[in-house]
Design a protein around this ligand. Structure first.
Ligand code: GDP
Ligand code: MG
Length: 437
């Protein structure tokens, strides 16, 4: 999938103009790529239609080329489908113990994930225990308990109890008495969907009223995992999905289907066989993985730069018209401070870096100037000439500085203004006129 997308994206990037034909060609490639990546047909159709509509109605994003704009839209839409920017959260243990029930077919990674989740919750400071409801295979419970032992988490067992429902009840009873926050229930799996298993899971669910029923899906199984998940969802009712084995070749295309087809969030992803290989599900990371957009960050930075440049231009215009106020001065200081430590910024300016090598920039100066301007009224900022002695006293007091400091800022401001007037005479194209204090 990544390769396919990369070639589409390369084409788009190079395209100077996106007309409908170029767009249709690109979307056709994307469609094929998504289908090959096991994304559900209906999901793909909707995705393509949405993108097309958005692209055609969209102005170019500032700072990006036409092709880059399309890529950005595709990226945004993918994140959107995956559920937005933030990873979803796990149900809180409001009425402890909160039961997290893991369900799924055999071999998808339920038991491993139970251990991973226990470690994750323990690291968050919760008292967590694990239990297996697989009464048919004692080895299954043993595998879970060995994992739990390795991270020092209690494992509830009762080898004598051969009834899954009764066993589960006992476990929950014990956990309640002992004050556990979370209990992770590893359930039995089968090779295929099986009515007996579904019935058992349904009964367990009704009995223990779990806070979460998470379907463990093997990302390597592709589209089939979704079909199976649908069956589980219909029979048991799911609250989320954990996508395992994302460390393999699977690009996670089924993540798109989970949200669209099942309408439930992916909460975690498994990224390896080790017990710490569990991550929260970050939609933007998966989107980048699905689309193969290693360098989406560059696009975002370019957009940001364009926005800053816009602001700088506006500022320059103000300067040219000599309406530069203390408000503007404050804005400039903020912009500069937002960029990061002063020394680093100066180093990036060609020709300045070496000269300033040994100069320490006093960031406190900036903070002081900002504080002083903050203590002024909007009127004072727009018309600094009204700032008389008593106003100065008030400003100094408000900003925790002295009248001397206030005078200094006002003087610097006047000098800057003068300098700008000179610049205006000298040049017609504006620059970035801020001078160090
Ligand atoms: P269960 O039958 O659903 O309980 O599955 P298991 O937890 O026993 O896991 C089946 C196999 O998948 C084991 O070999 C695990 O080590 C492996 N496995 C589970 N999760 C992951 C994962 O995120 N990445 C990789 N590479 N392997 C995993
Ligand atoms: Mg198992």
């Amino acid at each position: 999938l990544t390769e396919k997308f990369s070639s589409v994206i390369d084409k788009l990037r190079k395209a100077k103009k996106i007309d409908e034909k170029t767009l249709d060609e690109a979307l056709k490639d994307i469609r094929t790529a998504l289908l090959e990546a096991d994304v559900n047909v209906d999901v793909v159709k909707k995705f393509i239609a949405d993108i097309k509509q958005k692209v055609l109605g969209q102005e170019l994003i500032k700072g990006l080329s036409a092709g880059e704009t399309v890529i950005k839209l595709i990226y945004d839409e993918t994140i959107n489908i995956l559920g937005g920017e933030e990873p979803p959260t796990l149900a809180k243990p409001d009425k402890p113990p909160a039961i997290i029930m893991l369900v799924g077919l055999q071999g998808t990674g339920k038991t491993t994930t139970a251990g991973k989740l226990a470690k994750y919750l323990k690291s968050k400071g919760y008292r967590v225990g694990v239990a297996s409801t697989d009464v048919r295979r004692p080895a299954a419970a043993k595998q879970l308990c060995t994992l739990a032992q390795s991270i020092d988490v209690p494992c509830f067992v009762d080898e004598q109890e051969k009834d899954a429902l009764k066993l589960t009840e006992k476990v929950i009873e014990d956990a309640k008495k002992q004050g556990f926050s979370y209990i992770i229930l590893d359930t039995a799996g089968r090779l295929h969907i099986d009515q007996e298993l579904m019935e058992e899971l349904k009964q367990i669910k009704e009995k223990v009223k779990p806070a979460e029923v998470l379907y463990v899906a093997d990302a390597m199984q592709g589209q089939e995992a979704i079909t199976t998940a649908e069956e589980f969802h219909k029979a048991v009712g799911l609250t989320g999905v954990i996508l395992t084995k994302l460390d393999g070749d699977a690009k996670g295309g089924i993540a798109l289907s989970v949200r669209q087809v099942l309408g439930i969030p992916i909460k975690f992803v498994g990224t390896g066989e080790k017990i710490e290989d569990l991550d929260l599900f970050y939609p933007d990371r998966i989107a980048q993985r699905i689309l193969g957009l290693g360098d989406i960050q560059t696009l975002i930075e370019k957009m940001q730069a364009a926005i800053d440049e816009d602001k700088a231009k506006q500022m320059a215009e103000k300067v040219m018209n000599a309406e530069f106020t203390l408000e503007d001065l404050r804005e400039q200081i903020r912009m500069i401070r937002n960029l990061g430590p002063m020394e680093q910024i100066l180093k990036m300016i060609p020709g300045i870096g070496s000269q300033l090598k040994n100069i320490k920039v006093d960031e406190k100066q900036f903070i002081k100037i900002e504080a002083i301007i903050n203590s002024m009224t909007p009127e004072e900022r727009m018309k600094p000439h009204i700032i008389n002695g008593s106003r100065k006293r008030r400003i100094a007091k408000g900003s925790g500085t002295t009248i001397l400091d206030v005078n200094k800022v006002l003087k610097q401001y006047e000098e800057m203004k003068k300098m700008m007037k000179k610049m205006k005479k000298m040049t017609k194209s504006g620059g970035f006129p801020f001078r160090l204090p």
